[in-house]
Design a protein around this ligand. Structure first.
Ligand code: PMP
Length: 428
């Protein structure tokens, strides 16, 4: 069934570390052979052996309207004929910035980069430059990319592989990253007292997606916002996952909270390597060439990347019913999964908001990293493989959110629910 993928994985390991260009793809924690993909269309992916999968990863978020979305593919093809890169400004970059600003509350200026990592790394540097302070607060199990400052108690692959300390990150850098449990406002307030006048920024995934999907508790973000105002701390929403996914205006719109800086990735590039950071004018004006906080990129604002993102964002802006449809599908899936899991009779938790959802095999609420990590993640691995065998492609770790795409049909959702029922029987 996976012969070709097996062959490719063996070959890949001879020239690429671990056979992959991003760790979680290796299936190391769930075991088995990572599937090498050949093509994808709409909600379906096809591996090198020709197997078809219903996709709940959506390239880890970007493919919100499904794979090979025709307007995006066409726009890329047309744009490529005019050169794939200039290293000089283009009108399209202005149009992209204007479009983002029109969709998102509270962004005066926006700078394009090529990944979510770059966006978050740059936002932190900017917050430090703006405040003249060194320390940041992040949350346990949150992932903001692989810049040194963020690899402290990080989520995603760092949690999946249980890496406690990342070799290569200096103690000096790590010491400037303070951490608190997500949803624990008192812990953050305590840090702010202990390090008064030293904290440049609080960076948070507004809805956490790198330890499964975990929702903010009522009042949590409001409390962080207030604390940042009182202490002169830059409040950064990392919307790499939630941006243009939870609403056209992202988590800021969905949760009714305004951050000082916001970072984007994933959906913003329509599947091309794009990230962005933006926010309040007085802060963004510190970026070079206006200010001395240096940040740059040879391929930043790349025309192919911009046209892909621009085309996708335009579709999302012009068809706001997409968000309603996506959420209705996700709730339908949640309810169907609830039914079969309840009948199964073992402890579980489903967390969901908008088109983000995850299952934890847990007998307690999953509200932070500790509660996510103490779920039965061995059982999740078995569930993952049982689903894969039935043609459903879930994230290969309980420390990841699932992402629905709007090409999914109700029939696909029914197939997924039925596959879960069968998989659970097999796991008994
Ligand atoms: N922030 C968040 C919330 C993310 O989920 C990710 C990637 N999963 C990143 C930042 C880093 O983005 P990238 O992988 O594009 O560097």
């Amino acid at each position: 069934m996976y012969d070709k993928s097996k062959e490719l994985f063996e070959r890949a390991q001879r020239s690429i570390p671990g056979g992959v260009n991003s760790p979680v793809r290796a299936f190391k924690s769930v075991g088995g052979t990572p599937l090498f993909m050949q093509k994808a269309k709409g909600a379906y992916m096809y591996d090198a052996d020709g197997n078809q999968y219903i996709d709940y990863i959506a390239s880890w978020g970007p493919m919100i309207l499904g794979h090979a979305y025709e307007p995006v593919v066409k726009a890329i093809q047309e744009k490529a004929a005019d050169s794939t890169s200039f290293g000089a400004p283009t009108q399209l970059e202005i149009e992209m910035a204007e479009l983002i600003i029109s969709m998102v509350p509270n962004v005066d200026l926006i700078r394009m980069v090529s990944s979510g990592t770059e966006a978050c790394m740059s936002a932190i540097r900017l917050a430090r430059g703006y405040t003249g302070r060194n320390k940041i607060i992040k949350f346990e199990g949150h992932y903001h990319g692989h810049a040194d400052s963020f690899l402290v108690k990080a989520g995603s692959g760092v949690a999946t592989f249980n890496i406690q300390t990342v070799p290569g990150v200096t103690a000096g850098v790590a010491n400037d990253t303070l951490t608190a449990a997500y949803n624990d406002l008192d812990a953050v307030k305590k840090l702010a007292v202990e390090h008064k006048g030293e904290i440049a920024a609080i960076i948070v995934e507004p809805v956490a997606g790198n330890m499964g999907c975990i929702l903010p508790e009522p009042g949590f973000h409001e409390g962080l916002r207030k604390l940042c105002d009182e202490e002169g701390i830059v409040f950064i929403f990392d919307e790499v996952m939630t941006g243009f996914r939870l609403a056209a205006g992202g988590a800021q719109e969905r949760l009714g909270i305004k951050a000082d800086l916001v970072t984007y990735g994933k959906v913003i590039g329509g599947g091309m390597p794009v990230g962005a950071f933006g926010g309040k004018k007085e802060i963004m004006q510190q970026i070079a060439p206006l200010g001395n906080v240096y940040q740059a990129g040879t391929l930043s604002g790349n025309p192919i990347a911009m046209i892909a993102g621009y085309t996708l964002l335009n579709e999302l802006k012009n068809n706001p019913s997409i968000y309603k449809e996506l959420e209705e599908k996700t709730i339908y899936l949640r309810d169907g999964l609830n039914e079969v899991l309840k009948a199964w009779g073992r402890p579980y938790v489903i967390n969901q908001l908008g088109s983000m959802i995850s299952i934890h095999f847990s007998d307690h609420a999953v509200v932070d990293f500790a509660s996510a990590a103490s779920a039965n993640n061995e059982l999740f691995k078995k569930y993952f493989h049982a689903m894969l065998k039935r043609g459903v492609y879930l994230p290969p770790s309980a420390f990841e959110s699932w992402f629905l795409n709007n090409a999914l049909t109700y029939e696909d959702l029914d197939t997924t629910i039925a596959a879960t029922k069968e998989s659970l029987q097999e796991l008994l």
